[in-house]
Ligand binder design. Structure first.
Ligand code: GLA
Ligand code: ZN
Length: 677
């Protein structure tokens, strides 16, 4: 069986900002002991170390990092080495003003904070390549180095400096070749916006939707280009060391589907808002969605590069995790495909913006804390389930999540502009699969091959590329089940409305044509009848005409269809005309999965608040309820954590987990037993 990355089983680690403690050698010594005690096998170092590594231009100081490498190596830990571009030193901003980002009003951002560089600046790229070259030359062959962590949490914040604008205009020339083509794509006849020279184009006019969409695409592309420039010396000098960069939650202005194609290993930073309400299920569904998105980028296991061992200090309210929640949240990442549980950070900073962000070792400086004990317990648990590393999940259902369509939708002025909630809607559809214990990928309409799925959901896919429309048609033609919703297929790739009926280019597949995107005011009650019950709709309700589809349900007041189904080729295309209440969405997909032969991971009943995820042979049972919950598998399983067979019922404590494998084959049994130390 695969041992995952580097044959190390599951990774357990943290960001280690060693350089913050150079004047406290006794603490650094204690770190090594505590790390062993917590079962830490990997540390991410050097993430924001530039001003120490290169104190002034060309003056390098690597001795401290040499020491860090040696000490961790001797202590049995591996190292993920960061490049430091996430935060540049003051001397660099001072000497090369062009490395600072420029606002739309032409004012340079003052030095400070982090993640603030111009991604086009030739000087910044040169400085990054220089320091990355030094790092690669010095540490590339160190036996502790397992992975490059390039920069930190790239974002899509714009820069309007002359270098960025010049490259943007070149990007536009590549895309459109002529100004006539650009004017046509951006529909610049509207409000007399026609451009007669490339220099007139300035990307701050939100009334030209095509322009703003292209500007976001460019900013995302330019970030990837910057990343590739950072990678060049690493690929050249250390071809055997894989590369990652830590992605964030998917709303920072980058097209991560596109970015993902350039990294060797996906990693991301996971900060769910636990205990924000008495019911943790919504936060758990959301975290599941983001994890599954990460697994689906490359259809491979990923790393959870960061999570908080306790509370954060940047959320409105970050509650202390209730007993069990730390392990549950960590196990959830593994259940969805992470080969690691890593923290921000190992030792809590004494000063600076994050001094009150929890860490494995807090200001108390002790291993005798609740946080440390839960982390150490997580370390022991990860060892017991280390055979899971490298295993994957095969899903037959998927929800499409499209960054670019989301940007276009944000910019659109619709009959209803409040609570468009694109991401929330995608998570609502995904949530139905989560609750039913059905594995679900979160995929790109552009890069993902649809053939691996039986059912694909396209929630609010406002911008529908003509290529995607073709893919959907083929998918249904060949027997797939597709679900689209209100606000799907309104505009093409240029943000131009489809003429002749929506969903664009797919009216014959869905057998409907939307006559009007209707809105529902907050005071209105709109209902429809289905499965012998009445359900509520909110916010949006399309008025559709049937053109071959069958209405499965109609709105009570107006009699027009609420849910439709259309046979097309070998498959079926469903259309949900309105934003439906969650209970309906859950029921709808349960029925659809049954009809289209997509079984849950387990045959037994899944109580509310319990998530079941299958990865490889392992079945993860996770109780997100604050109360004890009983599950009744009714079959014999091996409990990987306790190393013993279980049958009949299992009592899950509040926020408890158990990880089961089928007990039928003696071979499997002994394999797991031998690994559960
Ligand atoms: C992000 C960053 C870290 C740290 C954490 C705090 O994920 O990458 O450097 O700021 O947030 O939660
Ligand atoms: Zn710039």
């Amino acid at each position: 069986m695969s041992r995952g990355l580097y044959n190390m089983g599951l990774l357990h680690g943290a960001d280690y900002n060693y350089e913050q403690w150079l004047d406290s050698p006794e603490l650094l010594d204690r770190d090594l002991l505590y790390m062993r005690e917590a079962g830490i096998n990997v540390l991410a170092v050097g993430i924001f170390s530039w001003s120490i590594l290169e104190s002034t231009e060309g003056v390098y100081n690597f001795e401290w990092l040499d020491g860090c490498f040696e000490r961790l190596h001797q202590n049995g830990q591996k190292i993920i080495l960061a490049t430091p571009s996430g935060s540049k030193p003051a001397w660099l901003s001072e000497k090369y003003g062009e490395t600072c980002r420029m606002a739309a009003n032409g004012v340079r951002q003052p030095h400070g904070g982090r993640h603030n560089h111009c991604r086009t600046s030739v000087k910044y790229r040169e400085a990054c390549v220089r320091i990355n070259t030094k790092l690669a030359e010095r540490y590339g062959t160190h036996p502790a180095l397992i992975l490059w962590h390039v920069s930190n949490e790239y974002n899509g914040m714009p820069c309007y400096c002359p270098q960025c604008l010049a490259v943007f205009r070149d990007w536009l020339k590549d895309r459109y070749v002529t100004l006539d083509a650009l004017n046509a794509a951006w529909y610049t006849t509207f409000w007399s916006h026609r451009f007669t020279s490339w220099e007139q184009i300035f990307p701050a006019d939100h009334s030209i939707h095509g322009l703003m969409l292209d500007w976001q695409r460019f900013t995302s592309d330019q970030t990837i280009d910057f990343f590739l420039a950072e990678c060049e010396p690493l690929r050249r000098i250390t071809p055997g060391v894989p590369i990652t960069t830590n992605f964030q939650m998917p709303d920072v202005g980058l097209d991560f589907h596109k970015f993902a194609r350039h990294v060797d290993i996906i990693s991301w930073d996971n900060y769910p808002e636990w205990h924000r309400s008495p019911d943790d299920e919504p936060a758990a569904v959301k975290a599941g969605f983001f994890h599954d998105l990460c697994r689906s980028y490359l259809h491979k296991p990923f790393l959870m590069m960061e999570s908080s061992p306790g509370a954060t200090n940047w959320q409105g309210v970050s509650s202390k995790k209730k007993k069990g929640m730390h392990i549950l949240s960590s196990v959830q990442a593994v259940a969805h495909g992470s080969d690691s549980v890593q923290y921000f950070q190992w030792r809590q900073s004494r000063g600076g913006e994050e001094k009150f962000h929890d860490a494995v070792i807090t200001h108390l400086g002790s291993n005798d804390t609740g946080i440390f004990r839960e982390v150490a317990e997580t370390g022991r648990l990860l060892k017991k389930i280390s055979t899971i590393a490298g295993t994957n999940t095969e899903s037959r259902a998927a929800v499409v999540y499209d960054f670019q369509s989301g940007w276009a939708l944000d910019n659109a002025q619709l009959p209803r502009n409040i609570e468009k909630n694109y991401q929330k809607e995608c998570i609502a559809h995904y949530g139905a699969f989560w609750k039913a214990g059905i594995s679900c990928d979160v995929i790109s309409p552009e890069y993902t091959d649809f053939d691996r799925y039986k059912l694909i959901v396209f929630p609010m896919l406002y911008m529908l590329r003509e290529e995607t429309a073709k893919k959907i048609r083929m998918f249904v033609q060949k027997g797939g089940a597709a679900v689209a919703t209100f606000l799907t297929g309104l505009v093409n790739e240029s943000d131009l409305c489809y003429l002749g009926g929506t969903p664009g280019n797919l009216t014959c597949v869905f057998g409907i044509s939307v006559e009007e995107t209707g809105t529902i005011a907050d005071w209105e009650t709109v209902t429809f009848q289905m499965y012998g019950q009445q359900w509520k709709a909110a916010h949006y309700a399309d008025h559709v005409r049937l053109q071959g589809a069958q209405a499965l349900s109609g709105f009570a007041a107006e009699k027009n269809p609420a849910v439709t189904a259309c046979k097309f080729g070998e498959g079926t295309a469903y259309y949900l005309c309105a934003r439906t209440e969650q209970a309906f969405t859950d029921r709808f997909y349960r029925e659809l999965c049954e009809k289209h032969g997509i079984p849950p991971c387990v045959s037994w009943e899944i109580p509310a608040g319990v998530s079941i995820q299958k990865r490889g042979d392992a079945i993860f049972v996770m109780n997100f309820n604050s109360v004890e919950t009983v599950i009744s598998p009714g079959e014999i399983y091996e409990d990987m954590l306790r190393g013993e067979p279980v049958c009949g019922t299992i009592l899950l404590p509040p926020y408890g987990v158990c990880i089961l494998v089928k007990s039928s084959s003696g071979e499997k049994k002994s394999e797991h037993q031998s690994n559960s130390k």
